[in-house]
Design a protein around this ligand. Structure first.
Ligand code: SF4
Length: 403
């Protein structure tokens, strides 16, 4: 079977960002139950360890929330237990921790390396003070870059930075409250490129660049519903996307997935596992996991989203599951199409279909593929499909046509 990843969710942050729809709750570092949360995850792992036994463990990803708030010693205990539960460890086992600049300095980065972490993903998000404040970030213009440099000085082998682009802010002098139609300040392509260039110059091996999306249920979602949030036009977002691609490409960071860039060989292997449809075990409050069964079907589950309830259940030796959904082989193939087409290299549709035991080319899919090929939006070579770069920004719609 394919190698497997493990995702561990840490559901706390120093402050909730207004655009964020991840499960995360505001907390202080001192107020967190570092060891109790680790013990709870060990309890859950004991219940789920059967899914890991006999499998090769390729990646472990601590995400959140802000897992850099977690005491490295407690995080290290969880990491050791995951490694011990796996059948085999991949020689190049990738262990990532997501970090916020406000909770990462050189000492903390070194402590994470000491417990076995070899990759940090730092939420830089930008280098413009006004935009960072609008996004509710706790760090200023230089804070993200300083955190990345600290991680590199501490000897973290691979450091990734996150960027958010396509952020429109109220025009300077227009006061803190925005009303629909009021003047805005847009991020110019030159500014987007400059921010990307400054991040690349730190020596990061990987950058994830996401356009700001407004999610329902968030503070930004509510403001947008009431017409009180400036929103960048599609043109501003597309211009920033290409400006960032140029800037990062010139710095040797290659665009390998719609939102991701890396030096060759430094692609995020954990995320590649998601995009290629590999299994991953999810641990922790609100974590998702997908585990295959021998017949090509799989189960996707999500743990309960209340940290106190999650910990109580896990410490009592019970699973706290919010939902569990069987995924049949056809659904899994559709997911692989959706995610595989986000990769520059595309993916081998015929091989995926063979692995899952379903036909690759239904009549409807074949007709859709021919239409897309004729319009220059899909390339098919020996069963391998990909979206050419010019049509990349349309990948989600193209994938949907192939369902
Ligand atoms: S720090 Fe990250 S996870 Fe936490 S609220 Fe902000 S965006 Fe969400």
């Amino acid at each position: 079977m394919e190698p497997m990843g493990v995702y561990v969710h840490f559901p706390w942050c120093l402050k909730k960002c207004p655009y964020c729809d991840f499960v995360s709750f505001a907390a202080t570092r001192d107020g967190l139950e570092h060891d109790r949360y680790a013990d709870a995850i060990l309890g859950e792992l004991a219940q789920r360890s059967e899914s890991l036994a006999g499998r090769s463990l390729a990646t472990v990803f601590f995400g959140g929330g802000t897992p850099s708030l977690w005491e490295p010693r407690a995080l290290g205990r969880v990491l050791d237990a995951i490694k011990a539960a796996a059948g085999r460890l991949a020689g190049d086992l990738e262990i990532t921790v997501e970090c916020n600049p406000s909770s990462l300095d050189e000492d903390r980065a070194r402590a994470l390396v000491d417990v076995g972490v070899n990759r940090l993903s730092v939420g830089v998000q930008g280098t413009d003070a006004e935009r960072l404040e609008f996004l509710g970030r706790l760090h200023g213009a230089e804070g993200g870059l300083a955190a990345v440099r600290a991680a590199i000085r501490a000897g973290v082998p691979r450091v990734s930075a996150d960027l958010i682009y396509g952020v429109s802010t109220p025009a300077p002098g227009s006061g803190p409250r925005y009303l629909a139609g009021a003047p805005t300040r847009e991020q110019t392509p030159r500014e987007a490129a400059e921010e990307a260039r400054r991040v690349a110059e730190t020596g990061v091996t990987h950058v994830s660049a996401y356009s700001l999306t407004i999610e329902p249920g968030t503070q930004f979602g509510e403001l947008s519903r009431r017409g009180k949030l400036p929103v960048a036009s599609e043109e501003v977002v597309a211009d920033a996307f290409f400006a960032i691609e140029d800037a990062l490409g010139s710095a040797g960071l290659l665009h390998y997935e719609i939102s991701n860039y890396a030096r060759p060989g430094d692609e995020a292997r954990h995320n590649l596992g998601y995009w290629r449809g590999h299994d991953y075990l999810g641990l922790g409050c609100a974590a998702f996991g997908t585990v295959s069964r021998p017949d090509g079907a799989a189960v996707r589950y999500r743990n309960g989203t209340d940290p106190a309830r999650y910990m109580r259940a896990a410490l009592a030796g019970e699973l706290s599951v919010e939902s569990e959904e069987p995924l049949d082989a056809e659904t899994r193939l559709r997911e692989r199409i959706m995610l595989g087409l986000r990769l520059r290299e595309g993916f081998d549709l015929e091989r995926s279909a063979r692995e899952l035991g379903v036909p690759a080319w239904t009549d409807a899919r074949k007709r859709a593929a021919e239409r897309l090929q004729a319009r220059g939006k899909l390339v098919i070579e020996d069963g391998h499909v990909r979206v050419p770069r010019e049509a990349w920004v349309l990948a989600d719609g193209i994938a949907a046509e192939l369902f």
